[in-house]
Design a protein around this ligand. Sequence first.
Ligand code: 8YV
Length: 321
Amino acid sequence: MKKIVAWKPLPEDVLAYLQQHAQVVQVDAAQHDTFVAALKDADGGIGSSVKITPAMLEGATRLKALSTISVGFDQFDVADLTRRGIVLAHTPDVLTESTADTVFSLILASARRVVELADWVKAGHWQHSIGPAQFGVDVQGKTLGIVGLGRIGGAVARRAALGFNMKVLYTNRSANPQAEAAYGARRVGLAELLATSDFVCLQVPLTAETKHLIGAAELKSMKKSAILINASRGATVDEAALIEALQKGTIHGAGLDVFETEPLPADSPLLKLANVVALPHIGSATHETRHAMARNAAENLVAALDGTLAVNVVNREVLAA
Ligand code: 8YV
């Protein structure tokens, strides 16, 4: 009987599905030594939100597949997994629309000061008709610059162009003719995107190339009226530089779902800024989508252990080998 280690709680029906195919050992990833010991004789693993290091896999000679319940895979040393012949699967499609919804909630909430003003009402400050002190800025008709036009970026572009009549600029390693035809998206360099966008939206995976992609110089090159939106990975932004830019008014505001350290420390200066909307990494976090992700990751793992996995593979070269 194969053995699977699950380091994230699974919906009951998904756990039952896995148990039809393997012995499933559920571990608390916070109990690090127990987690590592469980991996030693495991054939597969499933979970998310925990860094899986090469050291954790030393001696796990039976391990053939890891399945992350996420689209991002920066929690893994993919080259090391490939060297070990361990296939890594992820869940790229099931979460696209829900995550794009979160991105747009950040755009609207930061532009129209939704969180700040909802708190203002709750605190009893709404004593007279509101005035300029409560005004926000428009979203409709403005320019949205999307850094990284992949699945989620494309879904954001659709919302922007078709839902809010926005002009869409984008950077991407390759052109996206579909988005250009359907949404009027225009591919530009990062410098032009930063200089002309009213909203700069980061949708790149976290890699060595994208770490601190947005730093002090990039923030300074943005319009003073611009708003930075980040629902990708916190470390794509130099958070210290962002804090300074927000404090000094270099940019107008920020809508953030991800941070360099998560959970965001309660004493973070970001939490003291009225021009910041901070969410606890809820990108894909709806009941429906998180269930679909868990099911998708479980199916990926079963297929990987059966040797039939053909989609959702991060390191395809392992399958070739
Ligand atoms: C969640 C995500 O934060 O898919 C990702 O990369 O960041 C989100 O879906 C989490 O990783 C899912 O468990």
